[in-house]
Ligand binder design. Sequence first.
Ligand code: ZN
Length: 103
Amino acid sequence: MDRVRKLKEIDDFNDECESCRKPSLLHAGACVRSETVDDKELEGIWKEFRVKMKSVMRKIREEREANLKEIEITKNWKAVMIQMNEWNTENIERLCGVLVRNR
Ligand SMILES: [Zn+2]
């Protein structure tokens, strides 16, 4: 899962190793190509890989979405605070007056 997190683009998880044609995500480092597998075996490896990746990808997408939401909220608050900081006392008092009147 950490290997997926380190990917530059999340969709790169599906990349095929140019040397051995296995999912490159399965390599911890560079490809060693110690064994050659036939097409049928390769197909099996990919099939198993995709099944495993489904749940991993779901978790990572959820993580990313939660992160984005948090960033969005922080951004909004920052904008509000910057805005408030630029207001002068008169404007703030006027706003407070409006808020009190609307209660
Ligand atoms: Zn390889």
